[in-house]
Design a protein around this ligand. Sequence first.
Ligand code: SF4
Length: 367
Amino acid sequence: MPNHSTFSKNRHGRFRESNTFRWVFDKVVGACMAAGLVKGEGFAVDASIIEAEAGSKLAMPGDEPHVWQNPAHCKRAVREYLEGLDSEAPGATIPKRISLADPQSSWTAAPGGPAFFAYSTNYLIDVAHGVIMDVEATPAHRTAEVNSTKLMVDRVETNFNITPQRLIGDTAYGTAAMLAWMVNEKAIEPHMPIWDKTERKDGTFSRSDFKWDAQANEYRCPNDKALRCDRRPFKTPRSSITKADTIVYRASQHACENCTRKSECCPNTPMRKIARSIHEDARDVARKIAKTKQYQQSRCERKKVEMLFAHLKRILRLDRFRLRCLTGASDEFTLAATVQNLRRLAKLTSPSLIFSGIVAPAACGIG
Ligand code: SF4
């Protein structure tokens, strides 16, 4: 009889670098593809938060000097966290609260709910039959979740030679940089609402009231005056791109002062300014797609990934981790996604469905 600790010791030690769970996951995805369950036309992406094996009692403020004086005497989860800190970029943000039991987990909260330590699971699914094409564990941060999309899309491309025609997501994925990556680098249609804060709610003109003239590189205001980015002459030429990756277009102060519509446009400033993202062309592509019928269809298909998360938590009961640190979260998420794909494979390739024509018999090796 092996000792119970043999399994965990092997998982953390001997087989940590073997990537066995990932290998099994990829094999199951391959089986789903062979069964004709993957179309590769539309993918959907989303993230869900799962509570870490770290109670709030063992928490301390992130900016306090840590109690881990000698890493050699720390538990594995703390050692992995400390090793990660050494490779982290200088200037990384200090977390608000940190868990002494699992310091890689993030202190987070659902809107209106209590805060807790957690990780995020990120799914990239094929919307045809809801097969999970890739899974990635990240800290429960919006930025980490969004960035994992690029990793998953690239990995599916490398492993299975599939790049989707459209990618479906919620507003979190509609940032300008993300849209530019999809449209310009990957030629993927972004089927997601764009992250847009330009609409004004105080009754003054919004950015959509200004017309963009790409050839002249300027906006035209409702009073047909130009807003330009090169109004200010500088002795030494400088980049007009701001830290937020935008270019600021300004109206002439003289024109605005004498304008009859100033109270509707910029009542509190001498002239009107508009910040245009350097990725605005990609945002325009997403705006156009949002008016199509296929986009409405994509909004419905996005629910498939949410249903998988509901199944993960309610049926598979993965609402709290058993393992600690990001590698533990990654192991549990990969195993859970493998199980969900196996269930999907078993369900959709059952004889009754094959004969009713949902799955092609030849794709299942029958007939
Ligand atoms: S206030 Fe300036 S920018 Fe606004 S409509 Fe008048 S001229 Fe155009």
